[in-house]
Design a protein around this ligand. Structure first.
Ligand code: COA
Ligand code: AMP
Length: 629
C-alpha cells in the first residue's frame, strides 16, 4: 500500500492514532491525551485537553531553536512600490509589541478584534498578535463596502478594530478609514478603540479613542504567548452563504495548528527554510491558512505580495517575485493565471526571469480548467496541482499529496481526498452514487481537525446550513464525481454562491442591493461563465409598473448600488431589464434552471413551473454568454 493510501485508511480507521501523531508537529504547553471528543456530536472537539499558543508555534519556537535570523516574512509591494524583510526574531518581537498594545487597550482572551487591512505586514502581525494573547481576529477583505463591514462588526462585536488608512488598487487609492467610519455609523456595536496604520498614500484623520499604530505599537511592552485550550476560538472568518447574511466560520486553535502544519509537509511538500508564496489576500481563507499560519508554523519563509498578476506593472509581476526571492512553491488562483495568459500568452514576460527555484504551482479557489492547466504546465515546466477546499474546511479536502506520495495529475481533477476527509457523492435523497456519476459532494462526520467548529454565535445555523440536508454528513454545496481510480472532479456550486475571480460572493447580497433601487420590483442574480473570472454575476431585474427609469441611467444606478452595498469586488457589470422572471407556482424564482441555461446545459424546468413561456423568452439572453474553457 502506498503512503497516501495508508495514511488515508489510518486517518479514518484510527483517527486517534493518526491525529495524535500529527499533533507532535506542534509544541503544546499541555500535550493532548485524546484526539477526538465526540460526546457533543455533531459538535466535535479535537484535542479536548490540549493547551497551546499558536503565535508561539509560528514564531518563538523557531527562534528558540536557533533560527531567529531566518527570514520569516518578505513583503513585496508592487503598488508602493516597496520591500521589507522580517527575520523570525524581528517578527516575533513586532508581534509581541502589537500584542502588548492590544492588551493595553483592554483586549484579552476571547475578545474579538476586527482587522480591516490590505496586504501589508501589519495585517499578519495583528493576526498573530491576537493569537498571542488568546484574542479572536476577524479579518474583513478590503474589497467589501461599508455595509458588509458593518454586518461583520455587529456580528463579531469587536473590542478593537485595527485598520489601515488605505489600500492600493491599480490607479486608485482605496481609503479604508472613511469606509470604517461609515461602517461604524451603520453598525449598532461600538468597539472601544480603533487603531489605524497610517500609510503615506492617504493618511486618515483620527478621532477620539482612535490611535495611530505608530503611537501604540512600537513603544508597547511586549506580551508573552498565553496558553489557550485547543478548543478555544482562534479566528472568525466571514464567508458568503446563500442568503445575504455572511456566515462567521469559527476556527479553534489546536486542531487548526495541527492540520495546517501537517498539510504543509504532506500536501505541499514544504519544510522549514523553504520560500513559499501564496498570491492571495489575508481577507480570504487561503490567505489565513497559507499566507499567515501554515508557512510560519513549519518555519518556512512566507512572501506577502501587495499587487496584481498584471498591470503592476506588467504580466511578469508573478515571475519577478518568484525569481527575486527564490520562491520554491507558489499557490495562486486559476483566474490569476488566466489574466496573465490573456496578456502574455506566449510567456514573453516570463522568459525574462530565472524561475529555477520554482518546483511546483498549486491552484485553488475555483476549478483549474484543463486549458489553463496545460498552459501553466507548458510555460513553467513544473507540476501544476489543483486542489479543492473551502473557507469552512480551512485546508484541502482533495489534493495531490506531494509530500506524502506524489500522484499522477489528471487535468480537471483535484486528485484524491486528503486524510480525514471521508468524501462521498450522493443524489438529492442521500443515496451514494457510483464512480462516473455526478452528484452532491458530502463529507461524513466528523470533519477532521482544521475544519470549522461552528458558526460564530449561531450553532443552529451551523447545523441547518451544513448538517441537516443529509444526516451524518457535511454538505459542501459543491457537485462533482469520482472516477474509477478514486480521483475527484469538482464541477461547481449547487447553491446560490458564486465565485468571481476567486472571490466567493453571495447572489443574495447582490440581489438585496439591486432590490433597494426604487424602480426594481424584483430581481435575480445568477453566476454566468466568464473566460477570465470563471464566473461573473448577471442581474435580471423586473421594474415596478409605471417605473420611470431611463434604461442607460438605470443600468449605471444599479451597478452603483451593488458597489455601494456589497463592494467593488462584486464586479457587477451586466444588469438586464426583463418583463418577468420564471417562477414556480409557489413563487420561487427558478435560479437553478437559469444558471444551468447560462452554463450551456439544457436543464428541464421543474414541473411546478408557473408559466413556461417566461423561461422560453429568457433563453436567448441566458445562452448568450461565452462558455467557460
Ligand atoms: N480592496 C479594494 N478593492 C478591491 C480589492 C481590495 N482588496 N480587491 C479587488 N478590488 C476591486 C478592484 O479594484 C476592482 O475595482 P474596479 O471595479 O474599480 O476596477 C473590483 O474590486 C473587482 O476586482 P477583481 O474582480 O479582483 O478584478 P481585478 O481586475 O482587480 O483583478 C485578478 C483580477 C484576477 C487579478 C484578481 O481578481 C485576483 O487576483 N484574484 C484572485 C483572488 C484570490 O486570490 N482568491 C483566493 C483564492 S486563491
Ligand atoms: P472559498 O470558501 O472562498 O474558498 O470558496 C470555496 C468554493 O470555491 C468551493 O465550494 C468551490 O465551489 C470553489 N473551489 C475552490 N477550490 C476549487 C477547486 N480546486 N476546484 C473546484 N472548485 C473550487
Amino acid at each position: 500500500m502506498g503512503a497516501y493510501s495508508e495514511a488515508y485508511r489510518l486517518s479514518l480507521g484510527d483517527p486517534e492514532r493518526f491525529w495524535l501523531d500529527a499533533a507532535r508537529l506542534i509544541d503544546w504547553s499541555s500535550f493532548p491525551t485524546r484526539a477526538l471528543d465526540d460526546s457533543g456530536a455533531p459538535f466535535y472537539r479535537w484535542f479536548p485537553d490540549g493547551e497551546l499558543n499558536t503565535s508561539y508555534n509560528a514564531l518563538d519556537r523557531h527562534v528558540e531553536r536557533g533560527h531567529g535570523d531566518r527570514d520569516a516574512l518578505i513583503w513585496d509591494s508592487a503598488m508602493v512600490p516597496a520591500r521589507r524583510r522580517y527575520t523570525y526574531r524581528e517578527l516575533r518581537d513586532e508581534v509581541a509589541r502589537a500584542a502588548g498594545a492590544l492588551a493595553s487597550l483592554g483586549v484579552g482572551k476571547g475578545d474579538r478584534v476586527v482587522v480591516s487591512m490590505p496586504m501589508v505586514p501589519e495585517a499578519v502581525i495583528t493576526m498573530l498578535a491576537c493569537s498571542r494573547i488568546g484574542a479572536v481576529h476577524s479579518v474583513v477583505f478590503g474589497g467589501f463596502a461599508a455595509k458588509e463591514l458593518a454586518v461583520r462588526i455587529d456580528d463579531a462585536r469587536p473590542k478593537v478594530v485595527v485598520a489601515a488608512s488605505c489600500g492600493l488598487e491599480p490607479g486608485r487609492v482605496v481609503r479604508y478609514k472613511p469606509i470604517l467610519d461609515e461602517a461604524l455609523e451603520l453598525s449598532s456595536h461600538r468597539p472601544d478603540h480603533v487603531v489605524v496604520l497610517q500609510r503615506d498614500q492617504a493618511r486618515a484623520e483620527l478621532r477620539h479613542g482612535e490611535y495611530d499604530w505608530q503611537d501604540v505599537v512600537p513603544g508597547a511592552a511586549p506580551a508573552d504567548p498565553v496558553p489557550v485550550a485547543s478548543t478555544d476560538p482562534l479566528y472568525i472568518l466571514y464567508t458568503s452563504g446563500t442568503t445575504g447574511k455572511p456566515k462567521g466560520v469559527l476556527r479553534t486553535a489546536g486542531d487548526h495548528a495541527v492540520a495546517l502544519a501537517w498539510s504543509m509537509g504532506a500536501v505541499y511538500d514544504v519544510r522549514e527554510g523553504d520560500v513559499w508564496w501564496t498570491a492571495s489576500d489575508v481577507g480570504w481563507v487561503v490567505g489565513h491558512s497559507y499566507i499567515v499560519y501554515a508557512p510560519l508554523l513549519v518555519g518556512a519563509t512566507t512572501v506577502v505580495y501587495e499587487g496584481k498578476p498584471i498591470g503592476t506593472p506588467d504580466a511578469g509581476a508573478f515571475w519577478r517575485v518568484v525569481s527575486e526571492y527564490g520562491v520554491r512553491r507558489l499557490f495562486a488562483a486559476p483566474t490569476a493565471l488566466r489574466v496573465i495568459k490573456k496578456v502574455d500568452p506566449r510567456g514573453a514576460e516570463l522568459a525574462k526571469y530565472d524561475l529555477g527555484s520554482l518546483t511546483g504551482l498549486f491552484m485553488a479557489g475555483e476549478r483549474l480548467d484543463p486549458e489553463t492547466y496545460q498552459w501553466a504546465s507548458d510555460m513553467l515546466g513544473v507540476p501544476v496541482i489543483d486542489h479543492w477546499w473551502q473557507t469552512e474546511t480551512g485546508w484541502a479536502i482533495a489534493a495531490n499529496p506531494r509530500g506524502l506520495e506524489p500522484m499522477p495529475v489528471k487535468p480537471g481533477s483535484a486528485t484524491v481526498p486528503m486524510p480525514g476527509w471521508d468524501v462521498r457523492i450522493v443524489d438529492s435523497e442521500g443515496e451514494e452514487l457510483p464512480a462516473g456519476q455526478e452528484g452532491e459532494i458530502v463529507i461524513r462526520l466528523p470533519l477532521p481537525p482544521g475544519a470549522l467548529a461552528t458558526l460564530w454565535g449561531d450553532d443552529e445555523r451551523f447545523v441547518e446550513s451544513y448538517l441537516s440536508r443529509h444526516e451524518g454528513f457535511y454538505t459542501t454545496g459543491d457537485s462533482g464525481s469520482f472516477d474509477e481510480d478514486g480521483y475527484l472532479s469538482v464541477m461547481g456550486r449547487v447553491d446560490d454562491v458564486i465565485n468571481v475571480a476567486g472571490h466567493r460572493l453571495s447572489t443574495g447580497a447582490i440581489e438585496a442591493a439591486l432590490a433597494s433601487h426604487p424602480a426594481v420590483a424584483e430581481c435575480a442574480v445568477i453566476g454566468v461563465p466568464d473566460p477570465v473570472k470563471g464566473q461573473v454575476p448577471h442581474g435580471l431585474v423586473v421594474l415596478k409598473s409605471g417605473a420611470d427609469a431611463d434604461a442607460a441611467d438605470l443600468g449605471a444606478e444599479l451597478v452603483a448600488a451593488v458597489r455601494r452595498d456589497v463592494g467593488p469586488v462584486a464586479a457587477v457589470r451586466d444588469v438586464t431589464v426583463v418583463p418577468a422572471l420564471p417562477k414556480t407556482r409557489s413563487g420561487k424564482i427558478l435560479r437553478k434552471t437559469m444558471r444551468a441555461l447560462a452554463a450551456g446545459r439544457d436543464e428541464q424546468p421543474p414541473p411546478t413551473i408557473e408559466d413556461p413561456a417566461v423561461l422560453e423568452s429568457l433563453k436567448p439572453l441566458l445562452r448568450r454568454t461565452e462558455p467557460h474553457p
